[in-house]
Design a protein around this ligand. Structure first.
Ligand SMILES: Cc1cc2nc3c(=O)[nH]c(=O)nc-3n(C[C@H](O)[C@H](O)[C@H](O)COP(=O)(O)OP(=O)(O)OC[C@H]3O[C@@H](n4cnc5c(N)ncnc54)[C@H](O)[C@@H]3O)c2cc1C
Length: 381
């Protein structure tokens, strides 16, 4: 085991792996410690969606810039991450929704996203299996450059590319303690040994609060149990991800034909609850049938749980902590940390190496919770 590194990243999910790659590209010596295996946390349990339609400019820009990276990631990482751009269709249910949608679309178009508001007829043109009555939709927003990528393939592709550049991944290795001295980092103590470093990245997903505590820092994140399911594979019948902020539902068809989706369970809980519930299955099956009646014929194959790492404003916490030099936050993704990981990783690598940042991230710093926070409204499930 390496006993020193320029940067130690705690967590081998998409964010830890992508950041390891971006740092290794910049010639930093990096160690990633992961208590289980790559993508064992939320990354390997996620809905694979890549959406740029957000209510806050911070998220919309992070997602747009990430899509630009996703578009050429196969080439960059010499891999196949299964990135497809079938679009995202977001239901609008009433006049209040419409008002917010118009506001969102205006901001999104101002940064160059090809988003538009569509009527009920166009919903059926884009996804013929949808029933606008069952959806209780008066319209929708649609962005054709939104899409999906395979979270396992993407995380592994980043990890492999980082390893080729010298990053060490220590799997089944748990960070236990972060030693500090004179307001800075001294080392990370794991259950397999100690690694001296001056920079630690907290990319521990739903466990980020415990990792912050190891360095004596409090953060406001909460783990929330989410559930998802996948059906048997069927012939391709739709390309876009369908979502509703009101119902919390999202679903799409994967590249091998399965329909994957989720919705908040009636028994949703804050805390480390991993048991799947039958009430989720019932609720999701009922709502899927309302949105797309033909899916009532399809068998569900599997359900699982995973955690959102939720912050008070549903925006991630990024950047160095003013209370402890070298402690970098990279967590709090509140259910959308896969889709923005490519750009987050690039920005944090720029921050760590002292480069000029392509986008400002000051508004995503931990310090924002001292003042009034502006909540991201476009969240599902
Ligand atoms: C059901 C579900 C659906 C989702 N759908 C989407 C979606 O469609 N699109 C999207 O963008 N996002 C989605 N998300 C959210 C997305 O999965 C996460 O935001 C993202 O994967 C977070 O990645 P991460 O690398 O930050 O954290 P994680 O993937 O959770 O990785 C953190 C890692 O840290 C490790 N770890 C924790 N503590 C320690 C320690 N002390 N020592 C060593 N290792 C440690 C864990 O084992 C874990 O592997 C979904 C999440 C869920 C649960």
């Amino acid at each position: 085991m390496n006993d020193k590194a320029d940067v130690v990243i705690i967590g081998g999910g998409i964010n830890g792996c992508a950041l390891a790659y971006e740092l290794s590209k910049r010639d930093k010596s990096v160690v990633v410690v992961e208590k289980k295996h790559i993508a064992a946390g939320a990354t390997g349990r996620c809905g694979a969606g890549v959406r740029q339609q957000w209510s806050t400019k911070e998220n919309a820009l992070l997602a747009k810039k990430s899509v630009e990276i996703f578009e050429q990631l196969n080439e960059e990482l010499d891999a196949d991450i299964d990135f497809r751009q079938g679009g995202y269709l977001i239901a609008i249910h009433d006049e209040e929704d419409m008002k917010q949608a118009k506001k969102n679309v205006e901001m999104q178009r101002s940064i160059g996203l090809p988003v538009r508001i569509i009527d009920r007829d166009e919903i059926k043109e884009i996804i013929p299996i949808l029933d606008p009555d069952g959806m209780e939709a008066i319209g929708a927003t649609f962005c054709p450059t939104d899409g999906h990528a395979d979270p396992f393939k993407t995380a592994y592709a980043y990890a492999m590319a980082a390893m080729k550049r010298g990053t060490k991944f220590y799997k089944f290795t748990e960070a236990k303690k972060i030693k500090t001295r004179n307001g800075g980092i001294e080392s990370v103590v794991t259950d397999r040994g100690e690694i001296k470093t001056n920079i630690v990245v907290n990319a521990a997903g739903a466990w980020s609060r415990q990792v912050a505590k190891m360095a004596g820092l409090e953060i406001p994140n909460k783990p929330v149990r989410k559930e998802a399911l996948v059906t048997e594979p069927i012939k391709r019948i739709f390309d876009a991800m369908v979502i509703s902020f009101k119902h919390g539902i999202y679903f799409s068809q994967m590249s091998h034909g399965q329909v994957l989706g989720g919705i908040p369970s009636p028994e949703e809980k804050v805390g480390y609850y991993t048991e799947p519930t039958f009430s989720f299955l019932q609720h999701m099956a009922y709502m899927l049938g309302k949105y797309a009646p033909i899916l009532k014929q399809v068998n569900i194959m599997r359900q699982w749980t995973g955690f959102y790492d939720v912050t008070p404003d549903a925006l991630p916490i990024l950047g160095e902590d003013a209370r402890l030099k070298g402690f970098i936050h990279c967590h709090g993704f509140s259910g959308h940390g896969f889709m923005i990981a490519p750009m987050v990783a690039k920005l944090l690598a720029q921050l760590i190496t002292g480069e000029k940042l392509d986008l400002p991230i000051d508004r995503l710093n931990i310090d924002r919770f001292k003042g009034k926070v502006i909540k991201e409204k476009s969240v599902v499930g």
